[in-house]
Write a protein that binds this ligand. Structure first.
Ligand SMILES: CC(C)(COP(=O)(O)OP(=O)(O)OC[C@H]1O[C@@H](n2cnc3c(N)ncnc32)[C@H](O)[C@@H]1OP(=O)(O)O)[C@@H](O)C(=O)NCCC(=O)NCCS
Length: 158
């Protein structure tokens, strides 16, 4: 496996990078497609990355910065189906988790569509446990929030 290249989506930067992030997001989350304007707004709030293997688009990630008393950040990694099971998701996750801690996260969560078995297994293998499940207005498939549990049974904080 060669090196991955990570590009940050800037709200007012390169349209192609933003469009690549939008393409991956909307393909993997068909229940909640985002418009170009919504992606731009998210790029202001969150750290959005696009990942390439050489010149090939393989995935994207989101780090929502920490909020609340527990400084809880959210990390989400998405790999296009044809590029899965080669270790790309794991590398992207490591980078996104580091970015979350760099901006002050003490607790880390992720969110996965309940229908997404690969995503749930990936999150659980990386130490996440389910903390909430809910259906958004107009949706039918629940989202599952999972929290990174480290250093021992019953300990959720990092
Ligand atoms: C979850 C997701 C990001 C995983 O991406 P990925 O690139 O397949 O991840 P990895 O390749 O690092 O790991 C996936 C599996 O492939 C295996 N794998 C890694 N490298 C491999 C290789 N070279 N050969 C064979 N298998 C390999 C891993 O061990 C892992 O196995 P497991 O599922 O049995 O634990 C991807 O399925 C996805 O985008 N899902 C939709 C979005 C989502 O739910 N994201 C999760 C929220 S963080």
């Amino acid at each position: 496996m060669g090196d991955l290249r990570f590009e940050t989506v800037r709200p007012d930067g390169d349209n192609a990078t933003r469009a690549d992030w939008q393409y991956v997001h909307n393909l993997i989350i068909p229940t909640g497609p985002l418009s170009a304007e919504e992606v731009r707004a998210r790029a202001h709030r969150n750290r959005l990355n696009v990942t390439y293997h050489g010149d090939t688009l393989v995935g994207c990630s989101t780090v929502r910065p920490p909020t609340g008393d527990q400084a809880t950040a959210t990390v989400i990694v998405r790999v296009l189906p044809e590029h899965r099971r080669q270790g790309f998701g794991g590398q992207m996750y490591d980078k996104a988790l580091t970015a979350a801690y760099e901006v002050g996260a003490r607790v880390v969560e992720t969110v996965v569509l309940a229908s997404n078995e690969e995503g749930l297994r990936f999150a659980e293998r990386h130490g996440y446990v389910e903390v909430d499940r809910y259906v958004l207005d107009g949706d039918t498939i629940p989202f599952i929030d999972l929290r990174l549990a480290v250093s021992g049974v019953g300990t959720m904080q990092v």
